[in-house]
Design a protein around this ligand. Sequence first.
Ligand code: DON
Length: 558
Amino acid sequence: MKLLNKTLLSMAAVLISTYALAADKPGKSAISSAHYLATEAGFEVLDQGGNAFDAAVAVSAALAVVEPASSGIGGGAFWLLHRNEDQKNIMIDGREEAPSAAHRDMYLDAQGEVNRSLAMHGPLAAGIPGHVAGMVHIARNYGRLPLKVSLAPAIRLARTGFPADEKYIRLLKPVHKHMLRWPAGRAIFLHDDEIPALGAVIKQPDVARVLEQIVLTGTKDFYHGETARLLVKGVNEAGGNWSMEDLAAYKVVEREPVRFTYNDYELITASPPSSGGVAIAEILNILEPYKIAECPEAQRIHLVVEAMRRAYRDRSIYLGDPDFVDVPVAMLIDPQYAAGMRTSIRTDKATPSSALAGIADVAGGKHTTHFSIIDSQGNLVAATLTVNTLYGANFVAPGTGFLLNNQMDDFSAKPGIPNAYGLTGFEANAIAPGKRPLSSMSPTFVIGEDRVAVLGTPGGSRIITMVLLSILDFFAGNGPQSWVSLPRYHHQYLPDRIFAEPDAFSEEVQGQLRALGHEVQILNRQWGNMNAVMWDRRSGKLEAASDPRTPSGRATVK
Ligand code: DON
């Protein structure tokens, strides 16, 4: 009965919050993205009468041009949309898909060992891209403006070029030797085979041409026409396995987001093939009764880590492409399930991950990008876009001008067997033709009567815990500047260790966590690149913030 009352109360809270959101509008707009030129592209389109969804197309296309390390038209994305007029919430799944020639052992060598280089560099690492199909779908179904307008800033940036910044250069260094392997990409992203100097102009005329074809033909050129032919030829001549049919078969999928309530706020977040929303729901459900805001710091971190550990255990067992495997989403996000999980948590002692039944995966890469938008009408977009690791597969099919992703590495290359890093993959995420690899990308909305948050970040398997810590910070009453700046910590079941940024824990807290039985590793680097916006409906104010860890980001309200 108590539970029923609680459920009715939360349903009422959702109804009240969605009704109220429809009733008011912020009047101004806010965009936070990882690159100032992309944020400017979004405002350029808003200024021409576009809505948040047109701006999302403009920002996605501009990021593809100016942040090629992180996302691109050779990659994929999840766009989470909230349309204020009818309160529709939808996740646009533009995730890459395995080509039809893919098979579960495709990255195993003669000894049955995973060949990580094949899975990460070159055309065999690439899934069929979804970024372009996603942009066209959003423009046609949710935008107000033609693609001619929303793609114009990106076309201009591709043609006239953008200045290489510190991040472009820093992220090229680890993959320089791979970029040298394939001439088409080498000629665009390197200058005379060297890493370009700060401020050197990077021009992408082929990308400008492909984007113009998108304006003229929608998805036809990219998935069925000349660009498709160039992709298939370039990929296969360099050892890949794509066909024209693979590109022609690619479809955007509209998916119901994961939705649940926490503290009377409605959370709307990524659903499978992302593991993010399910894991965030499970962690918050586990934490709900603990009143963690009132706990001493080490105790709070301990409980958060124990919840993370359990959610990542479940991620490794249950999560995969829902079109291929039955993902028990309803079970995993049920508060009753969380109650069961809680029974194994001790407040005085860490649970060794080995004491929890299961197998583990720790997928994750080094770059990706996220942007957040609220427009003047109250429409919301949270989008995380990726080519997976730095500069994707480091491979450009000649004549196309853009890097392909290496998203195939997000599959489990060898289910059930530890990989090169001692991590174990799993059946639900085994490679299969036409299947989408499991992701951690977690674009998220938190909607309440008083405040509305839009957030997300890159960071591989750490995306989920970054978004989670920021949601907890939102509930602690803080705004986007605080969420993006927060020192971060992370636990992902295996390895059984808390990873923390240099300034996350004091010596005292580290000692307390160790005394509880946790292994704590303070890393000498930070992670993530969060971009978030918030609408405070009490004051009517919009706030936007870009992660201080990456200075090229830009958060603007106007
Ligand atoms: O979809 C995923 O979970 C990964 N491909 C994201 C990679 C990523 O965030 C790398 N970022 N630093």
